[in-house]
Structures are given as C-alpha cells and as structure tokens.
Write a protein that binds this ligand. Structure first.
Ligand code: PEP
Length: 248
C-alpha cells in the first residue's frame, strides 16, 4: 500500500519570519499519521523552518538543487548543503524552473541521479501545456518527459523518486484538472513506469497531482486509484493547507 504524500510548494513566498509564523499556524493542525507531509520552502527559510518543526513528523523540502557537488555555480545549492540543513525532499524540474530558469529534461535527469546518490527524495514535475492538452498530446508529452527524466536510472532507484503530474494550465490558475483528467494522466504515468521498468516498480512509485488543489477538491482528487496525494502551491500558504492534508 502506498502512503499518501502532501507537499506544499511555497515558491518565492514568505520571509524567514513569515515562514516561522506559517509553520506555527499549521504544525499542530496537519495529520501526519495518514500522509507524509512536506513543506518545500524557499532556501533562506530552510533553517528556521527546520528548527520550528523539531519534534514533529513534518518534513522540509527545497525547491531546486544543483547536480554538481560544489564549485563555481553562483547562486546554486548542493545536495550536501540541503541535507546538512535538515532537508529530506527536493522539487526537481518544476514547470516554473523549466520556463524561467533553463531547466531541461537533461538537467532534470542529472539532478535526479544526484538526489539518488545523496539519498534525498526528489519530487520530479512533469506536465503538458494548454496547447498540448487541446491538441490531444498530453500523454505523449508526459511520456517524453518521464522517459528523458528517468534515463539510465535503475528500477531500484526509480521507485525512490516521487513524480508530480502538474498540467501547466492548472498551476496557479484556479483551473483544476477534473479528477478524471488527473487520474487519466497519473494512470498513464504509472503505465509508462511499468513499460520502462516493471509492474512492481509501477505499483510502488508515488505519483502526485498538482494544479490548483484546494480544500474543496482534494478529497476527490486523492481518492483516485493512481493519485497518491498532491503538490500544492497557492493553498499551501494558508490554513487551508491543513484541510487539504486532513482531506478524509
Ligand atoms: C505548484 O506550484 O506546484 C502548484 C501546483 O501551484 P498551485 O497549487 O498554486 O496551482
């Protein structure tokens, strides 16, 4: 049985002081028994958030990581830096980084390999844009991304990676994919993993849906057979996040 995971992507929101205030508001309200709960916070917030979450089961994630161990990469953070700071998860290949920061399937693949080597759980984002959806290419696009992102990753390592299906047209738009649309692509992703690896790997890998998840639609989305939880943007910055985690 796959355990549910609900991860909040705070994006570029919350100063360190505001981050601690949000954590204080949420930490006793989210139920971590039934789901793994991760706050993916801006890099500057990692240390104070880790400190504030001591004694809870809530985990802390980063929103990006470099694939090299160290060196002349101004502005970047390494896996070791994140791990030593208390980070257990890292979002890789978010569509905003693919759109604004030159992230490609090739860099995503290198980052996933580094995450596996360093034992930090990667949450890799894939998803189609509106044109691709409207022209019936959603599953082909996602298949291309998954195949490229998982290139030369073994089946034992593949199942350590979390996949987040995030259709671009649903991110930050208030336009959620219907539970059927989300399930169709998450089910297709599980099949792609089965084709690349095997049924056992496909059964074990965690697949999240992301795109305007809120307190009202979470239960229906997370009830789908192939959706193991959510990657939540806007609603992870409010008390509503607790409602999403405690969706049952
Ligand atoms: C995201 O940024 O990963 C996301 C899903 O955002 P939102 O929930 O705001 O659509």
């Amino acid at each position: 049985m796959r355990k549910k995971m609900i991860a909040g992507n705070w994006k570029m929101n919350k100063t360190p002081k505001e981050a601690v205030e949000l954590v204080k508001l949420l930490k006793d309200k989210v139920n971590t028994k039934e789901s793994d709960v991760v706050f993916c916070v801006p890099a500057i917030d990692i240390l104070p958030v880790v400190e504030e979450l001591k004694g809870t089961d809530i985990m802390v994630g980063a929103q990006n990581m470099h694939y090299e161990d160290k060196g002349a990469f101004t502005g970047e953070l390494s896996a070791d830096m994140l791990i030593e700071s208390g980070v257990s998860h890292v979002i890789i290949g978010h569509s905003e980084r693919r759109a604004y920061n030159g992230e490609t399937d090739e860099t995503v693949n290198k980052k996933l390999k580094k995450a596996i080597e360093k034992k930090i759980t990667a949450i890799v984002c894939v998803g189609e844009n509106l044109d691709e959806r409207e022209s019936g290419k959603a599953i082909d696009v996602v298949k291309g991304q998954v195949c490229a992102d998982f290139k030369d990753i073994s089946k034992d390592d593949a199942k350590k990676i979390v996949i987040a299906y995030e259709p671009l047209w649903a991110i930050g738009t208030g336009k959620t994919a219907t539970a059927e649309q989300a399930e169709e692509v998450c089910g297709a992703i599980r099949n792609i993993i089965k084709e690349i690896y095997d049924e056992k790997t496909a059964d074990e890998i965690i697949i999240l849906y992301g795109g305007s998840v809120n307190g009202k639609n979470a239960a229906q989305l997370f009830a789908q057979a192939d959706i193991d939880g959510g990657l939540v943007g806007g609603a992870s910055l409010k008390e509503e996040f607790a409602q999403i985690v405690n969706y049952k």
